[in-house]
Design a protein around this ligand. Structure first.
Ligand code: GDP
Length: 642
């Protein structure tokens, strides 16, 4: 109790005006189970508080105490700091209040949303994946042209992260606009499992490739069903049958082989088979019997976020359950705001958004990230408190992580080679790409080079980026953005700043991998560079006592590799090391030599050694610097191996 009182001042920003409120008495003993949302928790590391406390609306204080391990008194004390008086352990609290308390306790929370209310069928949310150049973007472009937005806007649509295609039957499909498994997995890693079905695009003229397999694994891990779209069937070299066999042998149970994975032949370019693909997706959605609660407060996820000069931060979100209504106060990740307007994908203002319907939210105070959750709260005050609390927790987690990384490095100790830093600034077209690129770059971290993403942002490379890059000697990565104006490029060249512009993550990683290998200090290794056999022993006599004893010279033939004057010599007899020391003389026909190759006869003196015997072996040892290797695996995954 006392401890909690002492912590009072920690509740900066969470502290509400002194006002004591009674809370509802209604209780709910069992947590609801619909679509659990994992709050953006830090990756749990060794000493991180690994506790995840599930919270839900209407939970009693007793529930929270049992789940969090804190005493009722401690909880009451925190609640009092928050301006709430909860007298009995059987009194219930709201989910937001439970989250605020959780933040104060320093635990990670998982919000469990209610499944109660009217449940209705909802459209499927689809993500397009596949190997680079197999036509993902082209397919999305073609589908987008058939979207509701395109029909209403005469074919012109903006990339806002998602679009809706409506069939004649009235059924619809929601497509996420950022193709590829990097974005898909980045979203899921943040708890935003919005995708219901994956369209796996495989080019009929190229077949199954590394990223096809990788996309398959991502879908499998996420337990998301696949519909295969064999693309480029218009091309003369197209061989859809071969693709089917390849996919089958990779373990994908295709429909025509007795499995349940549908396969559609299409041409994204000539727009052939798109209707069949849409039908296949609808059928898959029907099989899945997708339903969601439609009434009550919405739970949603951000799929894209950007800043508009006139309208401020905009976030495209997809509602998972409930209904999002214009005017509501919301907390999005660690940002908050009041929904000033909701627009559908055609840019039309709408009053509300139901499950699987993408809408653009205007009215946020800051820019959220793709994968952030959207929760509706009662008041501005509560929105502010949650946002501030989440920001504080994020900062705490960040600092703890830095702390742990440092401890980890110290623990690894002296054997660890020197580690250099590779500061990087990431700029990309949309928030989703920023996230995906940043995560992908971090996967190139290695014991020798620390990939430090110092700044990220949406939009073109600016002068500010150049200034920052100069200040911290960073290189700038531009993903899917237009080429910077010549003034910026010139500035970068003059300041010796590298700019890497790419449209394919894999290519970016390849180039970055090469830079990392170049920059890595490498590890010093002793290597046997040559081997020689002792054929004769010569003695150099006639020296005075003051100059030391007579010197023995080993007359050798180099049988393998190369001998170098700067190397260390190792004398071996029957495989055992007899002596090891620096080389004090290496001669060929009485001439000093720096290096000698295989097949050469030479005279060799090891400092302070007079133990040579005919038949001994001498090895020449040299120090070499071994650089790490950039490994690109069959599956398209990359890593740096030291
Ligand atoms: P992504 O990397 O998977 O997004 O692939 P893109 O959509 O950028 O397509 C790569 C290339 O394939 C582009 O030059 C497209 O024009 C071409 N392409 C895509 N779909 C088709 C198709 O159905 N037929 C033909 N002939 N070319 C296609």
């Amino acid at each position: 109790m006392l401890a909690w009182h002492q912590k009072k001042e920690d509740v900066v920003g969470l502290k509400a005006p002194k006002r004591e409120k009674r809370v509802r008495k209604e209780t709910r003993s069992q947590p609801p189970v619909e679509a659990p949302y994992v709050a953006p928790k830090p990756k749990l590391t060794r000493s991180a508080p690994d506790k995840i406390v599930e919270i839900f609306d209407g939970m009693t204080l007793r529930d929270l105490s049992k789940r969090s391990g804190a005493t009722i008194n401690a909880l009451q004390s925190i609640l009092a700091d928050l301006g709430e008086r909860v007298e009995s352990e059987f009194d219930s609290i709201t989910i937001d209040l439970a989250e605020l308390v959780g933040m104060e306790l320093g635990v990670n929370i998982r919000r469990m949303h209610t499944g109660e209310g009217t449940v209705e069928p909802r459209p499927a949310v689809v993500t397009v994946m596949g190997h680079v150049d197999h036509g993902k973007t082209s397919l999305l472009d073609s589908l987008r042209q058939t979207s509701v937005a395109a029909k209403e806007a005469g074919g012109i649509t903006q990339h806002i992260g998602a679009f809706v295609v409506e069939m004649q039957s009235g059924a619809s499909l929601t497509f996420l606009d950022t193709p590829g498994h990097a974005a898909f997995s980045a979203m899921r890693a943040r708890g935003a499992a919005v995708t219901d079905i994956v369209v796996l695009v495989v080019a009929a003229d190229d077949g199954v490739m590394p990223q096809t397999l990788e996309a398959m694994s991502h879908a499998k891990v996420a337990n998301v069903p696949i519909v295969v779209a064999i693309n480029k069937c218009d091309k003369s070299g197209a061989d859809p049958e071969r693709v089917r066999i390849q996919l089958g042998s990779e373990g994908l149970l295709l429909e025509d082989m007795g499995g349940d994975v549908q396969v559609v032949e299409i041409s994204a370019l000539s727009k052939l088979g798109l209707d069949k693909l849409e039908e296949a997706l609808l059928l898959q959605a029907e099989i899945m019997d997708l339903k969601a609660r439609t009434d009550g407060p919405a739970q949603a996820f951000v799929v894209e976020a950007r800043v508009d000069r006139g309208r401020g931060p905009l976030a495209t979100t997809i509602v998972k359950s409930g209904t999002l209504v214009s005017g509501q106060y919301i907390v999005v990740g660690s940002e908050w705001g009041r929904i000033r307007s909701l627009r559908d994908t055609a840019g039309k203002v709408t009053e509300s958004a139901k499950p699987a319907m993408p809408v653009e939210i205007e009215g946020l105070r800051g820019l959220p990230m793709a994968g952030d959750d959207v929760v509706v709260v009662d008041s501005e005050e509560r929105a502010r408190m949650l946002s501030q609390g989440r920001k504080k927790k994020q900062e705490k987690d960040r600092l703890r992580k830095i702390d742990e990384n440092m401890t980890e490095e110290a623990e690894i100790g002296e054997e660890t080679p020197e580690r250099v830093e590779m500061p990087i600034i990431v700029k990309a077209d949309v928030q989703g790409s920023v996230q995906a690129v940043t995560d992908a770059l971090r996967s190139l971290n290695s014991p020798q080079v620390f990939v430090n993403v110092v700044h990220v942002g949406v939009g073109p490379i600016s002068e500010h980026d150049i200034d920052l890059a100069q200040a911290c000697r960073a290189c700038i990565v531009g993903f899917n953005i237009r080429d910077p104006p010549s003034a910026i490029t010139l500035g970068a060249t003059q300041a010796n700043i590298k700019i890497l512009l790419h449209k394919v993550i894999y290519h970016l990683l390849e180039e970055m991998g090469r830079l990392i290998v170049e920059k890595a200090p490498g590890t010093a290794e002793t290597q046997i560079s040559g081997e020689a056999e002792v054929l004769n022993i010569f003695e150099l006599k006639g020296r005075s006592k003051s100059k030391g004893p007579d010197i023995k010279i080993a007359g050798c033939r180099i049988t393998d590799g190369r001998f170098s004057r700067t190397g260390t010599m190792r004398l071996l007899r029957s495989g055992d090391v007899v002596f090891e020391g620096p080389c004090s003389s290496l001669k060929r026909e009485k001439q000093d030599a720096d290096t000698l190759d295989k097949g050469t006869d030479c005279g060799l003196v090891i400092e302070d050694c007079d133990e040579y015997q005919v038949g001994d072996t001498i090895q020449c040892l040299e120090q070499v610097i071994r650089k790490p290797k950039f490994i690109s695996t069959q599956s398209g995954a990359v890593r740096i191996e030291c």
